[in-house]
Design a binder for this molecule. Sequence first.
Ligand SMILES: NC(=O)c1ccc[n+]([C@@H]2O[C@H](COP(=O)([O-])OP(=O)(O)OC[C@H]3O[C@@H](n4cnc5c(N)ncnc54)[C@H](OP(=O)(O)O)[C@@H]3O)[C@@H](O)[C@H]2O)c1
Length: 242
Amino acid sequence: MNPGKVVAIAGASSGAGRAMALLLAVRGYPVAVCARRQGPLEELVGEIRAKGGQALAVPADMGKWDEAENFVERVVREYGRIDVLVNNAGWGIRSAPFDELSLEEIRQGVDVNLYTVLYGCRAAIPHMKKQHSGHLINVSSLLGKRARSNLAVYTACKHAVEGFSRSLVNDLNAHGIKVSVLAPAAIRTEWQAKAGISLDPKTRLLEPEDLALMVQYLIETPGHFSIWNMDLVALEQSFNPF
Ligand SMILES: NC(=O)c1ccc[n+]([C@@H]2O[C@H](COP(=O)([O-])OP(=O)(O)OC[C@H]3O[C@@H](n4cnc5c(N)ncnc54)[C@H](OP(=O)(O)O)[C@@H]3O)[C@@H](O)[C@H]2O)c1
């Protein structure tokens, strides 16, 4: 059943965010998507509309406050409300010893993995408070709970996303706003190549569609309770490197 919730997905031009938008739109949810790359976003919206779904694309760098705020405002203007915000933007920057990262890479890492989440929530919460309902889904990682060498900034930011989200749960429950953390292990997306990581091609990974299914599950929980944390791991994945 589709309760008609308006779902905004930040970081949807590829990978898990793209899969979330496709699945939810096909199930009848009005979706809004953002990312920095306009071409893939427009292609996604075209695909959704061709399947009879409703979608809005807003190119935005969520690590910049004005653009994050504009994304949320556009969603509210177009759809009249924002029921779900999935903060999915994230990037490993570069797998390397911390002291070999440039100051610019460190700043970029914090912008994309932490500020995107802070700004998305900051922009959406006032609208959700007015509605007395809403759902923030912050995509973390198993590296929000564990550590992996050569990904120190990413690991630090995903730990911060978990702590931030836990704090928000306490603050927002009384306003009828749910907060969930979705924490996957490795997913088969562009993420590894972008961070310069190569995985054994024989290892079974999570698929982007697995995360999409879990987001659907999270937003369809009955109104009186919330799933605070969801950790996902493919059966053949190991915790050994952590
Ligand atoms: N793949 C994995 O193994 C893995 C494991 C655990 C957790 N995760 C997390 O899962 C989430 C989805 O990643 P993915 O695997 O699907 O990787 P992906 O295919 O690289 O997707 C990341 C998305 O975030 C967008 N993005 C990056 N920076 C952004 C910014 N500043 N503002 C707005 N959008 C931005 C990217 O689009 P643009 O480049 O067009 O902006 C892209 O659409 C991320 O948070 C990632 O950290 C991934």
